[in-house]
Design a protein around this ligand. Structure first.
Ligand SMILES: Cc1ncc(COP(=O)(O)O)c(C=O)c1O
Length: 365
């Protein structure tokens, strides 16, 4: 494919090699090594947060957040996300209670949470979908009223902000994915950002088998540690984060300029006060048939697309089918993500948009 749906960002090989040379010199490969600590410090500073813990991936980040915050039983969540959001709940023995989304923002809509659901749940797990800030004030109010923990799956929201703060600073915990395809990455990796020190200190032990300082298990733990090699990649990519952020914003703005007035598709409504972070470029077609036809025509023109997210997680048998979510079910059949990665050029975006517009004209007569 001429234009893949994503392409990992690679920093300067020399720079990465310099970090790796240090690992060889020290022969210290994992277990909270110096590069993991350095990356943690630099991310804390970049994001303006106090309690950030690096982990092996974004899925374990979610599980560690549940364990550190003592989440159990039922959790209110969105069906419009990547499988990891729900499967991490089920993996931890928690029952997902699916609540429908807002058709425009694609985020969980708090007005769809019933009093019974709130009363039965121990937490809300919301997703800042494609990096778009959730209704954090409404979620906080509801959580306070029903004594729920708030966890944000912020896997897509690394450079998103809200009211002058990093979006990951909202909630009792927010989790990030640093997978190779993400805007900022460590090849594989993730992080949990906690509001309070106690949960952070507990999570620090949980990710290392639940050991205390004397290697005695005091929590049920897991191995969720990030290695030095992964931290090395993170440090090299973080050096380029201003370039990555600016480039992604330029690309996403160009996509929106070109596609804003195309009949037959709609773009995601972003939080009115904030800028799109350019993590993904989703478009929503008027019908599933059109979406499927266009995806085929784009593939022929060398443009890869992805049905993301599909299917709606409330329709997946193994997750338990808890909740009526007609909006998410419908949108998941009509959504398509277009290529988005830092190395994409504005001329590439123009080409992709032209192909898309031509394909729509060809199909819709
Ligand atoms: C919304 C969301 N949550 C969680 C994850 C899981 O992250 P990871 O692949 O790092 O385990 C992803 C991965 O793409 C995601 O998109």
């Amino acid at each position: 494919m001429k234009y893949p749906i994503v392409k990992p960002y690679l920093p300067s090989q020399d720079k990465y090699q310099r970090y790796v040379n240090g690992i060889f010199d020290r022969n210290y490969l994992t277990n909270n090594g110096p590069l993991v600590q350095l990356l943690e410090q630099r991310l804390a500073q970049y994001l303006g947060v106090d309690y950030i813990l690096l982990v092996a991936n974004g899925t374990l980040a979610l599980n560690v957040a549940y364990a550190a915050l003592d989440v159990s039983g039922k959790v209110i969540t969105t069906p419009f996300s990547f499988a990891a959001t729900t499967s991490s709940l089920c993996w931890y023995g928690i029952e997902p209670q699916f609540v429908d989304i807002n058709a425009k923002t694609l985020n969980l809509d708090t007005t769809n949470i019933s009093t019974e659901q709130a009363a039965m749940a121990s937490a809300i797990l919301a997703v800042h979908v494609f990096g778009n800030p959730c209704q954090v004030d409404n979620i906080a109010k509801l959580a306070k009223k029903h004594q729920l923990k708030v966890i944000y799956d912020a896997a897509h929201a690394f450079t998103s902000e809200l009211s002058g703060q990093a979006l990951v600073s909202y909630g009792d915990a927010a989790t990030l994915s640093f997978h190779a395809t993400k805007l900022f990455h460590c090849v594989e990796g993730g992080a949990v950002i906690f509001k309070d020190k106690t949960s952070y200190e507990k999570a620090k032990k949980i990710i290392n088998f639940g050991f205390d300082q004397d290697n005695k298990p005091i929590h049920v733990g897991i191995n969720a540690k990030m290695s030095e090699f992964h931290a090395a990649m993170g440090l090299a990519v973080l050096d380029d984060i201003d370039y990555i952020t600016a480039k992604r914003r330029e690309l996403i703005n160009r996509y929106h300029q070109k596609l804003a007035h195309v009949d037959q598709i709609k773009c995601q409504n972003w939080h009115v006060m904030e800028q799109r972070n350019g993590a993904y470029m989703p478009i929503i077609f008027v019908s599933e048939t059109l979406q499927l036809d266009i995806a085929q025509l784009l593939a022929k023109a060398g443009v890869q697309t992805r049905r993301y997210f599909y299917p709606s997680l409330s329709q997946v048998d193994v997750y338990g089918l808890h909740g009526e979510t007609p909006i998410a079910n419908d949108i998941s059949t009509r959504i398509l993500c277009l290529p988005m990665y830092t190395d994409l050029m504005l001329v590439d975006v123009d080409y992709i948009c032209d192909c898309l517009i031509k394909a729509i004209e060809q199909v819709v007569v």
